[in-house]
Design a protein around this ligand. Sequence first.
Ligand code: IPM
Ligand code: MG
Length: 355
Amino acid sequence: MKNYNIAIIKGDGIGPEIIDEAIKVLDAVASVENVSFAYEEALMGGCAYDITGDPLPQETIRISMKSDAVLFGAIGGEKWDDLPREKRPESGLLRFRKELGVFANLRPAVVYDELVNASSLKPEIVKGVDLMVVRELIGGIYFGEPKGREGDKAYNTMVYTRPEIERIAHVAFKIAMERSKRICSVDKANVLDVSQLWREVVEEIATEYPEVELTHMYVDNAAMQLIRDPKQFDVILTGNIFGDILSDEASMLSGSIGLLPSASVGSKIGVYEPIHGSAPDIAGQGISNPIATISSASMMLRYALNENAAADRIDAAIQRTLAEGYRTKDLANYDAKEICSTSEMGSIIANYTVK
Ligand code: IPM
Ligand code: MG
């Protein structure tokens, strides 16, 4: 029996309710695979600020660093929007990523066959989409210095160094080797110096992976191509802010942002979280879709704990649940046979996980 310590950060808004469902599914999987989980909760975001005055208490970093992996819900909300920047929930999340050193954010966008009608694009455009955005997570314009505000002037700096680009490129190439051996690196090299360096370094790293076909695309074109013909992409390698934007766009191919998981990796401890936000407008109503978080728990089993059989069980259970027509409200209009609440959805998936 393998015992894993999981740090749980529920966060704000719908964070707690979706994490509860992921835990339900993890416990279900533990009852049939030879694993067990010990959870330790930690605070981050607005709720952490309310209690401790800091959106990222030191205790949260301590708990996370001694865990085997972090399962994370979502943070933020209007309530904290007017706080000074360093007190805002988002600043807590950015500091957290930086302190853990998770420089690689993996955001798969997969279109379930059962949900091809849910996309805002035509079914024939999205059917079969299966791509992975590899986003650099702790550099670029999110963190570059100098930054600041002087009256009516404000500025941020987009910086990447060679080692930062090299390490994220290696992650993307390794992933591509396990997939269909194609990478599209996205930048803005026609305008930005930082993108020119990005392109040069990615080209160099590519020579170490001769089997992988590398192409480059400007980010504006990539945004367009993603909705024109998403199936042309397999692995998309890009920087922090472009990856933030393109991964939200890619998520809509699948029909709901409530479906897609992510993994932030690159150092000892990985963080597994849905790509969506805390959706304070629907929090507490039992209508949020827990699938993105349950799927993140599956990524955690696969990438952090090497428990592939357990991850396969969860993925199959999600698939079956959708195939049988169970839908949360966000997908109610798409081939739904039964509309379920957040916790009903979690229970159905948990149930199919053990069967
Ligand atoms: C994401 C989010 C975050 C980001 C915010 C909440 C800071 O949009 O994880 O994509 O921009 O990275
Ligand atoms: Mg985002």
